[in-house]
Design a protein around this ligand. Structure first.
Ligand code: HEM
Ligand code: HEM
Length: 164
């Protein structure tokens, strides 16, 4: 099974993959900055910078994932899932769009509208971590066990994919 993702889909996939770890590396700074402010102390400048990066990188991820969803809906490499595994893969992929866009939206709401949704944002970060672990396990399974070249559709340009 080979699916033909367009160049823009492949590029957006890997750009977002590179940006997601930034959110996990900088997320803790938000709580530290708020804590310092509540204690009437000057927040650490490094934490302030990380907080800034977290917000703007997160907003960018939300937009890029939204753009990716639009591209996906307009020009999807459609394929009817044939097995339970491909159905599960399809479900996980769609859930990623919802989870990442939802996570960025919750972060935005927590920062600029009401902090009451912050626990959902924190919980969301664990859900996404679990989804990434499943996604990585599936990619490793396809590559190392099934050896079916599934990874090629996200690493090779359209037209350069190999037919099974
Ligand atoms: C998909 C994008 C995002 C991911 C994966 C993400 C991930 C995280 C993580 C891992 C934390 C630390 C959670 C903890 O303390 O255990 C965090 C905290 C936080 N993030 Fe994000 N974030 C994203 C986008 C955003 C955006 C766009 C904003 C705001 C514009 C934002 C605002 C916040 C806030 C306010 C907290 C503090 C929550 C708290 O301490 O209760 N995040 N985020
Ligand atoms: C090194 C890490 C990763 C690898 C090797 C990888 C690999 C792949 C591969 C091979 C596919 C195509 C699967 C297929 O269509 O059968 C895919 C699709 C996808 N990946 Fe990843 N991925 C990684 C990380 C991530 C992360 C962190 C996210 C979350 C932001 C993500 C989100 C997605 C989504 C949403 C799709 C479905 C695309 C679609 O059909 O619209 N991936 N990935």
């Amino acid at each position: 099974m080979q699916r033909a993702y367009s160049l823009i889909q492949i590029a957006l996939h890997w750009i977002i993959v590179a940006m997601i770890p930034v959110q996990y590396l900088t997320g803790g700074s938000v709580e530290r900055t708020h804590h310092a402010a509540h204690m009437g102390m000057e927040p650490d400048p490094w934490d302030m910078l990380q907080h800034l990066v977290h917000n703007y990188c997160g907003i960018a991820i939300g937009f890029l994932m939204g753009l990716r969803l639009l591209v996906r809906l307009r020009g999807a490499p459609e394929e009817t899932p044939k097995s339970l595994a491909s159905l599960a893969a399809r479900a996980l992929h769609l859930a990623f769009y919802a989870a990442i866009i939802g996570q960025a939206s919750l972060g935005f709401i927590a920062s600029y509208l009401t902090f009451s949704v912050a626990p959902l944002h924190v919980a969301g970060s664990w859900v996404i971590l679990g989804m990434v672990a499943l996604h990585l396990a599936a990619a490793a399974w396809h590559t190392l066990v099934l050896r079916d070249g599934t990874l090629d559709c996200m690493t090779r340009l359209p037209g350069k994919t190999t037919a099974e």
